[in-house]
Design a protein around this ligand. Sequence first.
Ligand code: GEK
Length: 256
Amino acid sequence: MKSSPLIIKSLSLTDSSNKTDTIYQSPQSTLGDFVFDASVANVFPDMIQRSVPGYAAIINMIAILTELHAQPNTHLYDLGCSLGASANAMANGLGDKDCRIIAVDNSQAMLDKATANSSLNASRIRFELGDIREVDIQNASLVVLNFTLQFLPREERAELLGKIAKGLQPGGILILSEKIQAETPEEDERLIEMHHAFKRSQGYSELEVSQKRSALENVLLPEKLSTHTQRLKDVGFTSVDCWFQCFNFVSMVARV
Ligand code: GEK
């Protein structure tokens, strides 16, 4: 018997408080590095939707890619889960497949809210406080790194990706979403200009855009799409498809 198709009603990406991000609204005399603390967790749904063009579309597609690729009796991982948007999308895409979703973040403030936001999927998602570099990836059919790899030191990325490739079952996939650096400095400038226009269209001021950019400078370390693709192949993935791009934000599907 054929099961009924997955219907994606746009997932709710907000939490019940739904606060507006005003963190960089007033001038700051010293701009420290960006951290995922309670003040960020408090406004995170608003912040990420107004900062990452296409974020809601990517989350909705994670449900569809889960429906396509999740294998019964396997593990699904959401690495750097923040408030659990990807983990909840996976739960929605699973249908009645018996899978365990493991969602990891090293920010307790994020996990507290993630747990509260995910009560409907509580039996399927296990939230864990930890570093994604330490997670044991086993019997996986789907791993999601949705805008998280970019926060690791560049030289530590290959080891994590290699561990993911080894932990995936045949037919398993990694969904890797990243802010990227364009292939040439000229293209990079053009994409950054478009991204900043997007942020202004979302109500951020020039001051907010420039203070956030400075705070992220040493923390969010983008790489070229060609660098991502080559490294994924070097560590054991056989194909890498870029299925989404909006300005300098991309999402790839890598298969073992
Ligand atoms: C989403 N995936 O909504 N170990 C564990 N967590 C980490 C680490 C680390 N080493 N480094 C950063 N994080 C989410 C959005 S946000 C992206 C991901 C953004 C966590 C960090 O605490 C934060 O919650 C998340 O990765 C990145 O689909 O804010 O641009």
